[in-house]
Design a protein around this ligand. Structure first.
Ligand code: NAD
Ligand code: UDP
Length: 331
């Protein structure tokens, strides 16, 4: 039996595929390469290029492969883009989930692990955020993901498709050997952008806003290493395979770092000056997002290996130095 990884050529998906292969799972990847990279996919995985929204294509994959469970990363995930183009997000993210669940139902596949996000909480009432706290997204990206959670819930009620929604906070880092890593085009995430400045590929970091309601005025986020995240998915697959009920878990480190603190950490790790200046706020950014992640530790038995943001940045820097142009030189 195989695990189907949708979006397995993307940043987090490629680390997941790598980790599954290392744990002796048989892996099938579906990706349309809209933001992913073929070269990021571990050669031991079987690769199908196609779109999750294409029912004919997806049914073909489920006909061909003995799929026991699905891990679903395929989505658009850039908050400011979602503010400008909400329909693009509801179409790909929410629409893709409907086609996927319909295909799973038709093929009697009853387990799915899903990439949800801290963005489903919107502006939290308290920090750290618990899984039971209100989910009131303040951008279309978060709304599209919340709808996907709700669609899975009702598909569980009607068809018995069990799900684990993993609500990631800020994912960063790379496989420490630098062989795979984060390569979004254009890049929008804080850590890789800071490292592009360290590389000399950008002149400076623009810090989006320093008048937020936080200790130093810049946004506070909770960074989790991509390999710790992949491990949580494997635990979630085991949790579902053991016959447990659908559930949702936050995945974060439970420690918040401000954008200015992340910049200072990156200066320390890289030894580079990394020029920065404050720029206007970016639409859709809540002040602080920090996870209460004790539920994942307790119920799934998750034990993150990276609890130090400098160590996380170090692995991202190893990837950046080994692949200064990302996957471009490997296509
Ligand atoms: P990514 O863009 O690198 O990966 C997404 C992958 O899905 C890409 O390979 C892309 O080509 C593929 N894809 C997108 N739409 C598709 C479609 N319709 N059909 C087939 N393939 C499709 O993004 P990522 O940073 O690896 O994020 C993966 C998931 O994690 C996303 O669902 C995102 O919402 C979620 N997430 C990410 C973060 C983060 O910090 N990066 C935080 C919270 C949640
Ligand atoms: N950020 C920034 N400059 C950049 C990119 C990001 O100041 O060039 C800030 C962004 O406003 C947010 C934090 O860094 O406060 C993390 O943003 P990212 O896009 O990495 O993740 P998000 O929190 O949106 O999921």
């Amino acid at each position: 039996m195989s695990i189907l990884v949708l979006g397995g050529a993307g940043y987090i998906g490629s680390h997941m595929v790598d980790r599954l292969v290392a744990n002796d799972y048989s892996v099938v990847v579906v990706d349309n390469l809209v933001t992913g990279h073929r070269a990021a996919v571990n050669a031991a995985a079987k690769f199908y290029e196609g779109d999750v929204r294409d029912a004919t294509f997806l049914n073909h994959v489920f006909d061909e492969e003995p799929i026991e469970a699905v891990v679903h990363f395929a989505a658009f995930s850039v908050v400011p883009e979602s503010m400008a183009k909400p329909l693009k997000y509801f179409d790909n993210n929410t629409g893709g989930m409907i086609t996927l669940l319909e295909t799973m139902r038709a093929h009697d596949v009853k387990r799915i692990v899903f990439s949800s996000t801290a963005a489903t909480y919107g502006t939290p009432e308290r920090i750290p955020i618990k899984e039971t706290d209100p989910q009131e997204p303040i951008n279309p990206y978060g709304a599209s993901k919340l709808m996907m959670e709700q669609i899975m819930h009702w598909s569980d009620v009607a068809y018995g498709i069990k799900f684990v929604a993993l609500r990631y906070f800020n994912v960063a880092g790379a496989k420490p050997d630098g062989s795979i890593g984060e390569d979004h085009g254009p890049e929008t995430h804080l850590v890789p952008i800071i490292l592009q400045v360290a590389q000399g590929k950008r002149d400076e970091l623009k810090i989006f806003g320093d008048d937020y309601n936080t200790p130093d005025g810049t946004n506070v986020r909770d960074y989790v290493h991509v390999l710790d995240l992949a491990d949580a998915h494997i635990l979630a697959l085991k949790y579902l395979a053991a016959g447990n009920d659908s559930n949702a878990f936050n995945l974060g480190s439970s420690t918040g770092f401000s954008n200015k603190q992340m910049l200072a950490a990156a200066r320390e790790v890289t030894g580079q000056p990394i020029p920065a200046q404050v720029a206007p706020r970016r639409p859709g950014d809540p002040d602080s997002l920090v996870a209460a992640s004790d539920k994942a530790r307790k119920v799934l038995g998750w034990k993150p290996n990276y609890d130090d943001v400098n160590e996380i940045i170090k692995t991202a820097w190893a990837w950046t130095q080994k692949h200064p142009n990302g996957y471009d030189d490997r296509h």
